[in-house]
Design a binder for this molecule. Sequence first.
Ligand SMILES: C[S@@+](CC[C@H](N)C(=O)[O-])C[C@H]1O[C@@H](n2cnc3c(N)ncnc32)[C@H](O)[C@@H]1O
Length: 413
Amino acid sequence: MPKKKVEAKEELRTGVIYCGDNLDVMERLPTESIDLIYIDPPFFSNRHYEVIWGNGAELRAFGDRWKGGVNVYVQWMRERLMEMHRLLKPTGSIYVHLDWHAVHYIKCEMDDIFGMGNFRNEIIWCYRGAGYPKKDFGRRHDNILRYSKSDDYIFNLDDVREEYAEATKERFKHYIGNVRGGKDFGLQTLHPLGKQPDDWWQIQPIAPSAKARLGYPTQKPEELLERIIKASSNEGDIVADFFMGGGTTIVVAERLGRRWIGCDVSPIACKLARRRVKKLIKDEREIEVIGMPHDLDELKKMEPFEFQNHIIVDMLHGTCSRTKSADYGIDGHDFGHNPVQIKQSEHVGRPVVQKFESAIRREKRTKGIIVAFSFSKTAYEEVARIKLDEGIEIELRTVQELLQDYYRRMGRK
Ligand SMILES: C[S@@+](CC[C@H](N)C(=O)[O-])C[C@H]1O[C@@H](n2cnc3c(N)ncnc32)[C@H](O)[C@@H]1O
């Protein structure tokens, strides 16, 4: 069972997104303050990367994150699950969304942290999809572990009842809708409000081409979250997702009249989720993202793709290149469609400027921007020469300058 933690100091705020490691965020939140937690953590797998964005070139390298094997993953999850246990109200519930890679390991941890007696369901989310292993059965389901904090937990069965199958309706048409409180036919209890859902759910995942797809490969369908939130929370309750991704949970929670908290370590995910909620509420409320990395040290530590995206999209209001292999040194384009190159390093020198000049020419442009933490004297000299001899204007911008502009625009010092 979990150890008692030191009482957190911050007041709980809802309708906000935290950008940061969820362990740090959760440690600041008050005990027994949340009604429902849904999490869809990165699955433990042997792939040494996680695809954060749809584009194959936009892989966010996690290097050797799970180098020590499954035990490292389990320990990493355990710390976080213990915090979630602390945060849940006594009437609260948690849904942990996993797949075959890790579910059995995490089930043991959950039993230990929440108590075996509070295990309520293993929900099997079944779906169809492309691609089969050659010598195995097709893997076509995820596992969602559902636990309550105590015996006295919220469960709104009537809000999640399903339509009866046509054959059932036909067979029992005299009873459905006429029998108050239901009648047991041995097969199931027919209830006027619909059938009690089983622990296997057939909900289609979002197809890669679907309009609802945000380019987030692990994005979950809203229908899945809708059932979870309706079943295990009431209007006005607080729903949290500490591995929020593109924000499916918080968007559905908002739509269903729940208060919510989102958290993700990825600034891209936080911005995307914020945009999704803003669209839903038609910009009527400010949605604050707490902890977006804005100071130099934090920017230096960012994952390369996150860094690149943050600079190009947020600071230069531009767009990132779609494929890394095809960009030949151009990471994106600024607002005026001029090529941009981003270097997450110091003392960027002449060779980088020369290569970038060729890239600008290939795009038949006459202007471009290189962003870095600092440039060497030779870089400035080369820029001056290129302007004079070739008429091509290359702007060297330091991250610090961009940050200052950014803060000015945001009204901060
Ligand atoms: C599988 S995705 C979640 C997808 C989400 N359910 C949706 O529908 O879009 C997992 C997310 O966990 C985030 N993540 C990974 N480690 C984290 C950490 N330590 N703290 C917060 N978020 C983390 C990743 O950035 C990623 O966005």
